[in-house]
Design a protein around this ligand. Structure first.
Ligand code: 2RA
Length: 357
């Protein structure tokens, strides 16, 4: 497979290089890797791991048109301008930006959930990290019990704001230890020793765009356009793994035991749930891991037999970006996923649900 990464010098771009190096066998081998970026980074030599040192080239359509797959790890405006043009010139485009995620014509894909929607697509959107991490733990529960509503609170790492976000958190932490004033440019306020309930821009309904991405994208990926979803997104001073508290209300009765068994069996999720030995998901353990950690599974006090609370952590740059994108390419190469059967609430359940709410 001949592969290109546009935006190779950013946090996601660098992870794409590493993940491709680790998983290239599953793509039938990567025979050519082209690293592309803006004119500013062109000429820079990057350590591309198993691919050796590679020189970054300035992006142009001519340089990518003979490739099989092009990953875009760039801004939404760049993707809007070039993604269709690249796809028309030949390669399949896997876009990490939010530019096409809500476009009904473009599949938004987590391969383990809805990989079948990517079949024959030339342009595929990679979900927002916050959505993807939760979806991995929620999907097995949704298939069995049917998720009627989801309430999410997030604890999002600095890496969501890219390499600059991580550097700012580290610099602010050093400044704090030295007793000097923190410099603030990426986040709205100092992030070190703080939490900021503001990720992305505020929308007319009072939610942030990050919170609305969870609503729009979960519905699209699960194929349930009317699922009730609400999110409060908060930036916290961790480096690169997001944590999320999830409350679900289900259509069918659910139990903690069954939910844990389903999570344990699911591909891409690791059950970390043993309160008696203080085992639960944490960013420090989920960092640099391909699997999302899920645990603290409890029967909901609010929804009783029809609800669960749980906690998940996942590497923002991996499942939340680079790994998911590479898994999409693997799916296209192997074409191994069947269309999964999502839970369909019965007419009676819907009627009872409507009369209860
Ligand atoms: C963030 N979800 O954490 C965003 C990045 N895609 O800021």
């Amino acid at each position: 497979m001949r592969v290109g990464i546009v935006g190779c010098t950013g946090a996601v771009g660098e992870e794409l290089v590493k993940v491709l190096g680790e998983r290239q066998d599953r793509l039938g081998g990567v025979t050519q890797l082209k690293l592309l970026a803006s004119a500013k980074s062109a000429g820079k030599v990057m350590d591309a791991g198993v691919f050796g040192p590679l020189t970054v080239e300035e992006f142009s359509i001519d340089k990518v048109k003979k490739l099989d797959v092009v990953f875009l790890a760039v801004s939404g405006s760049f993707s809007l301008k070039y993604a269709h043009e690249i796809a028309k010139s030949g390669p399949v485009v896997i876009d990490n930006s939010s530019a096409f995620r809500n476009d009904p014509e473009i599949p938004l894909v987590i391969p383990e959930i809805n990989g079948h929607t990517a079949k024959n697509a030339k342009l595929i959107a990679n979900p927002n990290c916050t959505t993807a991490i939760a979806a991995m733990a929620l999907w097995p529960l949704h298939q069995k019990f049917g998720i009627r509503s989801l309430i999410m609170s997030t604890y999002q790492a600095a890496s969501g704001a890219g390499a600059e976000g991580m550097a700012e958190l580290e610099a602010q932490t050093r400044a704090h230890v030295k007793g000097s004033a923190p410099e603030v440019s990426v986040f709205q306020y100092p992030l070190a020793f703080n939490v900021i309930p503001h990720v992305d821009s505020f929308q007319p309904n009072g939610y942030t765009r990050e919170e609305m991405k969870v609503v729009w994208e979960t519905r699209k990926i699960f194929g349930v356009p009317d699922m009730d979803v609400s999110c409060t997104a908060v930036r916290i001073p961790t480096l690169r793994a997001h944590a999320e508290a999830l409350t679900i209300q289900t259509w069918a009765p659910c139990s903690v035991e069954k939910a844990k068994a389903l999570i344990d069996e699911a591909v891409g999720v690791q059950l970390v749930d043993d309160p008696s030995s203080n085992k639960y998901p944490m960013p420090i353990n989920a960092t640099a891991k391909f699997d999302v950690e899920a645990g603290r599974v409890r029967q909901s006090i609010v929804f009783g037999d029809f609800g669960l609370d749980l906690f998940v952590c996942g590497d923002q740059l991996l499942r939340g970006a680079a790994l998911n994108a590479v898994l999409i390419a693997e799916f296209l190469h192997e074409d191994k996923f069947e269309k999964p059967s999502g839970y369909k609430p019965t007419v009676l359940q819907r009627f009872m649900g409507a009369s209860l709410s």
